[in-house]
Structures are given as structure tokens and as C-alpha cells.
Design a protein around this ligand. Structure first.
Ligand code: CA
Length: 224
């Protein structure tokens, strides 16, 4: 999952980045409200973590403008203890949750899991594609009831594919979402990981769950 953090306090920003990266999130950090707003409107994120007081555009203004544009991205606000009115206003403007500083990184991780599930529309914490299930909370993957052990990166790749069943994803899109590269690095990184994933999740005598779309990328078979 890719998260944008807009926080001007350097220490807090790096504490959040390290904490979220350790949990397998891909993190972009911006320390200025105007830049944060530009990123939020031009790049795809699974959730935003917005500080309220920022140089340039403040967190509430970013939130308000995103919602006015019909952007439904889940938003968690960070606020100082002295800002109760801003928190209420934030919730009224369409924030999904807030945290009062200081907070434990585990709190932010837990809330990100909740709001991104909600954002998924189904309210489910598991993705199911055919007899393959991906539990987003426990990070357990099973196929036909059989537990499959994946590395963190393999899990992220599978999660991204399973969130988009039937949709063709280009190598560049997969790189951007799973590895946070803005471009295809020209290696066969994606192909290597797809092969690794296939070896773990595919079963004998059945077509692969992940289809190769020649010259383009990959697609998770719907209901495979
Ligand atoms: Ca601030």
C-alpha cells in the first residue's frame, strides 16, 4: 500500500516513514502543504496522513479541496493536542480518522489498515480470488485452505494483483505500486517476482493464477 505523509516536522516525518516502511508500506513524504496537495492530486495513493498545521496549504485545506474534487482517498489527520476544533472540522470535512500527537506508530498502522479497508468498499479484510485468499490483517495467504508463506515483497505484489482481478497491470504500474519506482528500471524485477509468486501460489494441472499479457504486463485471473 502506498501512503503519502504530509508533515513539516522533520523528526515526526522520519519517525512515521521508518515505522510505516517497517510494516511494508510504500511511503512518500512531503514537508510542505502545497507540494503535498500537488502529490495527492497527481499520484495514486491508498491513504494520506496529513498534519493540520503546515507551511503553505494547511492539512484541512488540502482535505477540503480533495473532497470538493470528489477524491475519496482515505485521510488520517495528525493534530496537536491544542487543536480540538480543527479535529472536529476535519471530520466534518471528510477525514476518516485523526491522531493526536504524540502517538505510537502502531496506532497509525492500525488506523491505516482500518481506513484503507473501508476505502475498498467491501469492508472486508480479506481479498478472495477463486480459492486464493489474502488476509490483509494477518497477512496470511491460503490457496484451497493450504497456507502459503510469502516474503513481505511477494505479499505486496500479490495484494496489488488481488486488489485488481481481471485488470491488466503494466510492469511500470506494478513497479510504481510495489517498489515505489516512478519508472520501469529496465530490469526484469517484476518478471522475477511474478515467477517466484507463481511457484508458490500455483497448483499443478491448472493454468497460472497470474496471466502474462504479452508485451504489456500481468493480470490476476478473475475467479481462478
Ligand atoms: Ca506541523
Amino acid at each position: 500500500m502506498k501512503i503519502l505523509v504530509v508533515e513539516d516536522e522533520k523528526k515526526i516525518a522520519s519517525f512515521i516513514r521508518m515505522g510505516l516502511e517497517a510494516e511494508g508500506f510504500v511511503v512518500d513524504v512531503s514537508r510542505h502543504g502545497d507540494e503535498g496537495y500537488t502529490l495527492a492530486t497527481t499520484r495514486p495513493y491508498d491513504a494520506l496522513v496529513l498534519d493540520i498545521m503546515l507551511p503553505g496549504r494547511d492539512g484541512l485545506s488540502i482535505l477540503k479541496n480533495l473532497r470538493l474534487k470528489g477524491n475519496p482517498v482515505p485521510v488520517i489527520l495528525l493534530s496537536a493536542r491544542s487543536e480540538p476544533h480543527e479535529r472536529v472540522e476535519g471530520l466534518n470535512l471528510g477525514a476518516d480518522d485523526y491522531l493526536v500527537k504524540p502517538f505510537y506508530i502502531e496506532e497509525l498502522v492500525a488506523r491505516l489498515h482500518v481506513v484503507t479497508r473501508r476505502g475498498g468498499g467491501t469492508g472486508a479484510s480479506t481479498l478472495e480470488v477463486g480459492d486464493l485468499t489474502v488476509d490483509l490483517l494477518t497477512r496470511e495467504v491460503t490457496r484451497g485452505g493450504q497456507v502459503i508463506v510469502l516474503t513481505a515483497r511477494e505479499f505486496q505484489l500479490l495484494e496489488h494483483l488481488a486488489r485488481n482481478p481481471g485488470r491488466v497491470l503494466t510492469r511500470a504500474q506494478i513497479c510504481e505500486r510495489v517498489w515505489d519506482y516512478d519508472f520501469d528500471p529496465g530490469t526484469n524485477l517484476v518478471d522475477v517476482y511474478i515467477q517466484r509468486l507463481r511457484r508458490k501460489i500455483d497448483v499443478a494441472d491448472a493454468p497460472s493464477v497470474i496471466e502474462t499479457i504479452r508485451g504489456v504486463g500481468y493480470r490476476m485471473r478473475k475467479g481462478s
